[in-house]
Design a protein around this ligand. Structure first.
Ligand SMILES: Nc1ncnc2c1ncn2[C@@H]1O[C@H](COP(=O)(O)OP(=O)(O)OP(=O)(O)O)[C@@H](O)[C@H]1O
Ligand SMILES: [Mg+2]
Length: 400
């Protein structure tokens, strides 16, 4: 389904057009309840003009609900939404514009291509609804068909297209009326891995050419990182973390985010805390069955000896070597006796399951030259991130 635009595009003032990277979408305090269930517990996001924001999070966290509220397909209970300087929803001021008044395009996971129409009829539909003169509509349709590589299929029945081509039709239909904002809800999850990668690149190029602002919903972190300059991680209707991709990936804000990004998360108890300079603290933590490990804490909330905490470390930062021998090589990495339980070939690397101190960890490495059994696990202190406790932002809000 595509939100059709019945009104002419909102006229932006010259001043607004000149301001580079001004905020184009501003969502504040969005609350959405379904009966007793709070699907959104006060979501706020901002997207700069021409930018892509990715909404990332596990199933049921409220990504689609957020998008549908922005599109006007769902009415929030509280909050406000501004698009291109125009308030489109405001619970306090009783503003609630119809979807067709919000000047945006939407691409959904289900292509919603009309099978009885040709490719050009599908794509040109939003222009027909807007009563654009036929010749102008045809040329605008051809222009966007060319952009998505579908011009040779313009007169084919949409029914005959492959999944990837149908997704392009949906994309072309969302772009044909030249919206300034395009919302994507997992648009690529029905495509195979190769096609997804290709579509990602094409989407970036299209955006550079057409200069629209985008909100892209996905539960695939690779997709979010590849497409967006700003990533928002949601959890149970709350924003858990946000920032530029590398930053939020390398230094996750909470244990929930770390786990969502595939970190090993080891619960434990803080032993000692010392200032490590540069805003960091060196923390010794007891984890599992008698393991004592060191890591770095970057948070500002006080962390004291005895407090529950977690140690988070990425799979590729867990080293595995042959079992320790007395004369074994030494470096500054922490060395822990462990058991290699299983290994699986994953193409570019192998993934290994190891048990250390009774805790299961995953390690990503090139193929190992040794078999399952005793190994030495190595961890650099600077790769081990310590966080105060296992609570997420969503947990804290729920408790409050
Ligand atoms: N119309 C509705 N009626 C009742 N509950 C709803 C409705 N729409 C969504 N919900 C609930 O709100 C929560 C958030 O749903 P939403 O579809 O936004 O999640 P999502 O993050 O898009 O998940 P997914 O990745 O599975 O698409 C879910 O628990 C869902 O069951
Ligand atoms: Mg969804």
């Amino acid at each position: 389904m595509v939100a059709e635009v019945l009104e002419p595009p909102v006229q932006r003032t010259a001043a607004a057009a000149q301001t580079q990277a001004a905020t184009y979408v501003r969502v504040r305090g969005l609350v959405k309840r379904f009966g007793n269930y709070t699907a959104l517990g006060g979501v706020g996001i901002e997207v700069a003009e021409g930018d892509t924001l990715a909404l990332l999070g596990p199933s049921g966290c409220g990504k689609t609900t957020t998008l549908r509220c922005i599109a006007g397909l769902e009415t929030p209970d509280e909050g406000s939404i501004e698009i291109g300087g125009l308030p489109v929803f405001d619970s306090a001021r009783r503003i609630d514009l119809m979807p067709e008044q919000r000047e945006l395009g939407i691409v959904f996971q289900s292509y919603a291509v009309w099978p009885h129409m040709t490719v050009a009829e599908n794509v040109g539909f939003p222009l027909k609804v807007r009563r654009m003169p036929k010749a102008e509509a045809a040329s605008q349709t051809d222009e966007v068909l060319e952009l998505v590589g579908l011009l040779p299929w313009r007169d084919s029945s949409a029914m005959l297209l492959s999944g990837g081509q149908q997704q392009r039709v949906a994309l072309a239909r969302a772009l044909v009326h030249k919206p300034r904002l395009v919302l994507f809800d997992e648009p690529m999850s029905n495509l195979d891995a190769q096609l997804r990668e290709q579509m990602r690149i094409e989407l970036k190029l299209l955006q550079q050419r057409l200069n629209f602002t985008a909100i892209f919903v996905t539960h695939d972190q690779t997709e979010a990182f590849a497409l967006a300059r700003h990533v928002v991680v949601m959890n149970r209707g709350h924003i858990e973390a946000e920032g530029e991709p590398r930053g939020i990936f390398r230094r996750p804000a909470t244990a929930f985010v770390a786990r969502f990004f595939g970190y090993n998360v080891l619960p434990g108890k803080v032993q000692t805390v010392t200032d490590a300079g540069g805003g960091a603290h060196a923390v010794d933590i007891a984890v599992g069955d008698g393991l004592r490990l060191g890591g770095l804490y970057y948070g500002t909330a006080p962390l004291r000896a005895g407090a529950p905490a977690v140690l988070c470390v990425r799979k590729e930062q867990v080293g595995l070597t042959a079992p320790e021998t007395a004369a074994g090589p030494r470096d500054s990495r922490q060395r822990v006796p462990a058991m290699l339980r299983a290994s699986s070939f994953q193409g570019l690397h192998d993934e290994h399951v190891v048990i250390a101190g009774g805790i299961e960890l995953r390690a990503i490495q090139p193929a190992l030259e040794f078999e399952e059994g005793p190994v030495t696990m190595t961890l650099a202190r600077e790769d081990c991130l310590i966080m105060p406790d296992a609570l997420s932002v969503a947990d804290q809000k729920d408790i409050a």
